[in-house]
Design a protein around this ligand. Structure first.
Ligand code: ADP
Ligand code: MG
Ligand code: ZN
Length: 474
């Protein structure tokens, strides 16, 4: 039998605000355990939460970036459950009135575009962390109260590959808005995946399972492939799917049961009595809309349309906002988009991965690359030399002009100097010169190679070619 796959993803994005959602403790990663805590985030009786305005800003920004409707009046709710690393015994979240709803994200898989609906984006707080060691379990509450956005998709995702594309696109959008770095390894982006299958074409959905514990987008994809296949085998052998939460195990490439899935009534949600509702008026929304950067898809289209870049180049350049910003900053000074694209894609991204520094902190800032490219355009150095100069700039932090002057790398375009050199090369290679004169003109490349070797790549290529052909004439 043929089956349809139905997937809906719940993504948690940890916000990079200065302070926590409802207290003034610092949001930190990797600090000494239990050093960023206070009565509010520890849940001491009698303490009162105060809403962090930055969390609301972030939620609305992401809502606008994903075409959501923004609810002018939204409320917080208590979601009750017991976790050892949740001392309050409940999580402050949003329930019936999430701040953003009815949005979408456009994805592309194998050249096919598709729109994935967003049910909602709501604000909530994170729990602490349990660390299971040999001597027992230790609890770090630094993460308690860290602001999160939960982005819930419609069950519009029809394959594990689409899930991967959705996550990549969502991450790209979130990173453009600057509200989170979305690092799955560090846990600042987490994904729970809901999946069911149904006979091909049937309307009604099957029973779903929920997958947790995947620490990369590839693992989300792998876990979904595994689970779709497991459900198919169960159903085809006459079994039924139980609504469960399953834990993905990366090592074995399989899932194991964590718990039977609770329904929302199990959480006894009720309105959070300690926080007043959030009003977001039009003026506030418009201020945030104005602060929103040009989004990746629009920027990519503009690069293709206005700068004449191809789809692939434009996609790489706009994959991260900082790459696109870098590219455009160079382009302000030297105006050849294709040339700048080549240098950024081939050299600057290579340097970034070699040094582990993002483009914002590149050892060669945009103005310095532009300086190098302008010197290259004036043909003061050869393209080969330019690459070596760039590496030198990255290592030393010096400008292109300084490196070139120091190392004497200026292109040799003095025709007198080149003529003398070429005459001696022809003399030393008389046999090849004779063969050339007898019609073997492809030997020109051989002579150009000798000139380049003799000048360590600094000879002006086209000038050398002109002199060579003139001198080699029979
Ligand atoms: P819960 O509150 O239990 O997490 P939700 O109704 O919020 O459940 O749905 C969570 C996610 O599961 C959403 O992304 C939704 O699209 C998805 N989902 C709901 N029903 C199904 C189903 N039958 N198969 C696959 N995904 C589903
Ligand atoms: Mg949920
Ligand atoms: Zn606190």
């Amino acid at each position: 039998m043929d089956w349809d796959i139905v997937i809906g993803l719940e993504v948690h994005v940890q916000l990079n605000t200065e302070t926590k959602a409802f207290c003034s403790c610092r949001v930190s990663y990797g600090d000494a355990p239990n050093t960023h805590v206070c009565p509010v985030c520890l849940g001491y009786p009698g303490s009162l939460p105060v809403l962090n305005r930055e969390m609301v800003n972030s939620a609305v920004m992401l809502g606008l970036a994903t075409q959501c409707r923004i609810r002018p009046f939204s409320k917080f709710a208590r979601k009750n459950y017991f976790y050892p690393d949740l001392p309050k015994g409940y999580q402050i979240s949003q329930y019936d009135d999430p701040i953003c709803y009815d949005g979408y994200v456009d994805i592309e898989t194998g050249g096919v575009k598709k729109r994935i609906g967003l049910t909602r984006i709501h604000m909530e707080e994170d729990a602490g962390k349990s660390m299971h060691g040999e001597t027992g379990t230790l609890i770090d509450l630094n993460r308690c109260g860290t602001p999160l956005l939960e982005v819930v998709s419609e069950p519009d995702i029809a394959s594990p590959q689409e899930a991967y594309a959705y996550l990549t696109t969502l991450k790209q959008i979130v990173r453009y808005t600057g509200i989170s770095d979305c690092n799955m390894e560090e846990g600042s982006m987490r994904c729970d995946a809901n999946i069911s299958i149904k006979p091909k074409g049937r309307k009604a959905f099957g029973t779903r399972t929920e997958l947790k514990n995947m620490n990369s987008f590839r693992n989300v994809e792998r876990a979904l492939i595994y689970e779709a296949e497991r459900q198919r085998r169960v159903l085809e052998s006459g079994g039924t799917i139980v609504q469960q939460t399953l834990l993905w195990d990366d090592q074995s490439g399989s899932t194991k049961i964590m718990r039977s899935k609770e329904d929302s009534h199990d959480y006894r949600y009720f309105p959070e009595p300690d926080l007043s509702p959030v009003f977001v008026d039009d003026a506030w929304i418009e201020t945030l809309r104005a602060a929103l950067p040009e989004l990746p898809e629009a920027r990519k289209r503009r690069f293709i349309r206005d700068l004449g870049l191809n789809e692939e180049d434009a996609a790489v350049l706009t994959s991260e906002k900082e790459i696109a910003d870098y590219f455009e900053a160079v382009l302000e000074r030297c105006h050849d988009p294709k040339q700048v694209n080549n240098w950024v894609r081939n050299e600057i991204l290579r340097i970034a991965s070699e040094t582990g520094k993002s483009l914002n902190a590149s050892p060669v800032p945009p103005a310095e690359l532009a300086g190098l490219l302008l010197i290259l355009d004036k043909r003061e150095i050869t393209p080969q030399t330019a690459k070596a100069v760039l590496d030198d700039m990255a290592a030393s932090g010096k400008s292109a002009a300084a490196v070139i002057a120091e190392k004497g790398l200026k292109q040799i375009s003095d025709s007198g100097e080149l003529e003398a050199l070429i005459e001696s090369i022809i003399r030393e290679n008389a046999a090849e010169a004779l063969r050339y004169r007898n019609g073997e003109t492809k030997l020109l490349a051989f002579f150009i190679g000798l000139v380049m070797r003799a000048t360590k790549g600094q000879a002006d290529q086209s000038l050398s070619r002109d002199i060579l052909t003139a001198k080699l004439e029979p």
